[in-house]
Design a binder for this molecule. Sequence first.
Ligand SMILES: Cc1cc2nc3c(=O)[nH]c(=O)nc-3n(C[C@H](O)[C@H](O)[C@H](O)COP(=O)(O)OP(=O)(O)OC[C@H]3O[C@@H](n4cnc5c(N)ncnc54)[C@H](O)[C@@H]3O)c2cc1C
Ligand code: FES
Length: 272
Amino acid sequence: MLEEMKVKKNEPLGEHLYHLVLKGAIAQEAQPGQFVHVQVSKSYDPLLRRPLSIARISPEEQEITVLYRVQGRGTALLTESMPGSRLSVLGPVGRGFRIPAAGELWLVAGGIGSFPLYALAAAARERGVKVRLFWGGENAAFLAAAGLESWQELGVEVQPATMDGSLGHLGLITEVLAQHLSKLKEDNFQKPGLTVTAAACGPNGMLKAVAAQCAAAGLPLEVSLEERMGCAVGACLGCVTTVRDQEGSVRRAKVCKDGPVFRGEEVVWDGD
Ligand SMILES: Cc1cc2nc3c(=O)[nH]c(=O)nc-3n(C[C@H](O)[C@H](O)[C@H](O)COP(=O)(O)OP(=O)(O)OC[C@H]3O[C@@H](n4cnc5c(N)ncnc54)[C@H](O)[C@@H]3O)c2cc1C
Ligand code: FES
């Protein structure tokens, strides 16, 4: 649906990150993993809308939360939208995550890849699912600004990794994941029947590594992909990526319509 959503809040969080709360009917339809396509300017410059994930969904309040990083001109213009003003929003767009009903959910995020995973974590926690977040970022200040505390308030066990060692493991989040996957292998031996599923969002290099790790450990994984977007309705082919179906044939898929969430094993990563 195309809606003029009301801006309730649009505030800086630090580290070039912003917290945007929008009010409107889109909140009643939104599912974890879907995104909104936002017109960032009242003029036609820039012409293209900007895709932003839905980080929180509150159907009762008719509110969605979007967390965004100022990346270029479009997101810089978005910071100028004042509370009380309206933004033209297309959404909710795309296919979201499957929400597990039992067991454990392991989330792997690189930087702002945590944003779409938050709505999934909230939905899974509501169903009583235990959630762990493996989250890699530049440093402790980034993770704090990007919402570390709100993850902990949700009851999620957070395993952080930072590039400067200011919080958690010093190095890559995939190294932390590797340790936990080997522990899971031992635990599974002791507790047969423990169901763990995984979801990830972040830079493509990280997603490719996580997909390989989860495939080797036999963990079902979903990944949320990012591509530059034009229409976000499946018409312009601006967002295509390559996927492989279960029979092994390769085809082009639209990230806006067929995704942004795909099964880890169906994505054909660069260099594959
Ligand atoms: C499905 C989806 C969900 C997203 N969710 C979020 C979110 O929740 N929060 C958030 O901060 N960002 C999110 N993004 C990325 C966001 O859309 C881009 O940062 C934004 O469009 C940049 O617009 P801009 O005009 O500020 O920058 P531009 O001036 O257009 O570009 C600045 C720089 O960012 C790069 N860039 C622009 N768009 C993308 C993109 N889609 N993917 C990768 N690199 C890009 C450009 O190559 C360039 O180097 C999402 C993208 C997709 C596809
Ligand atoms: S953005 Fe136009 S087809 Fe996906």
